[in-house]
Design a protein around this ligand. Sequence first.
Ligand SMILES: Nc1ncnc2c1ncn2[C@@H]1O[C@H](COP(=O)(O)OP(=O)(O)OP(=O)(O)O)[C@@H](O)[C@H]1O
Length: 269
Amino acid sequence: MTGATKIIAICAQSIGASLGNGLQKQPILHNISLDIAAGKWTSIVGPNGAGKSTLLKCLAGVLPHSGSVALLGQPLQSLPHRERARQLAWLGQNETSADDLTVWDVAMLGRLPHQAWLAPPSAADHAAVEQALRATRAWDWRERALGQLSGGERQRVLLARALAVQAQVLLMDEPLANLDPPHQADWLDVVRALVAQGKTVVSVLHEITMALQADRLVVMRQGRVTHHGASSDASTHEALMDVFDRRIAVHTIDGQWVALPQLRREMPN
Ligand SMILES: Nc1ncnc2c1ncn2[C@@H]1O[C@H](COP(=O)(O)OP(=O)(O)OP(=O)(O)O)[C@@H](O)[C@H]1O
């Protein structure tokens, strides 16, 4: 056999999911099979309503679906909850958290899967929380209540909670929501550091230029994956422009891939 064997962090097979109630129930994901490479950053992109968040929830095991998901070689359903929570950290979209908790306590929630029932946090828990709050530049607010923070500040604390888990795999849905450009760049540094440590990151991103910094892109439209490939591949760029109906174009600027919106030539009257 030639070449290195690709290690798979998440293996999804024939995923289907429906949302809504009763007669309103609609099929959202259609027969998606996907291997997420370990030790890489994969971004899921596509137009609004394509099913990106729904797919991420299925990969995290937080939404009922047909088909199967394996995490690091083990079927997700067969993993005890604590074990799963140690191996897979989740940062959801528009998360509601207890606003009265301090920033420190919110980040400490990420350590719950490591703690014995009613046991106080260990030195390792304290160290992990401090490291996470410093990495997201939220350390200075550690005694403030979450409810006193702005949207972007809050998002950084929720990222710290996900980092504090010290999981092998991190799934993040719109992690850049509310972050200003310097803090988006900080997030990029955090992700690159995680990948350098061999961790796997999967993110749903609307900022296509940021998504193009990932190792791999999963491109979706109408509940299906239309393409999965290296973010530097011309075929990936084609797939990307295609799902956005050629309303974006991918260029290189200073050796970096960027996606720019294509403005309509005719102005509406
Ligand atoms: N609770 C729900 N009940 C019914 N339909 C839903 C529900 N949640 C989402 N949907 C529908 O499922 C489809 C996929 O939604 P999803 O949030 O996964 O898309 P997305 O690609 O993440 O979108 P966006 O880019 O707008 O965040 C959409 O058409 C949405 O309207």
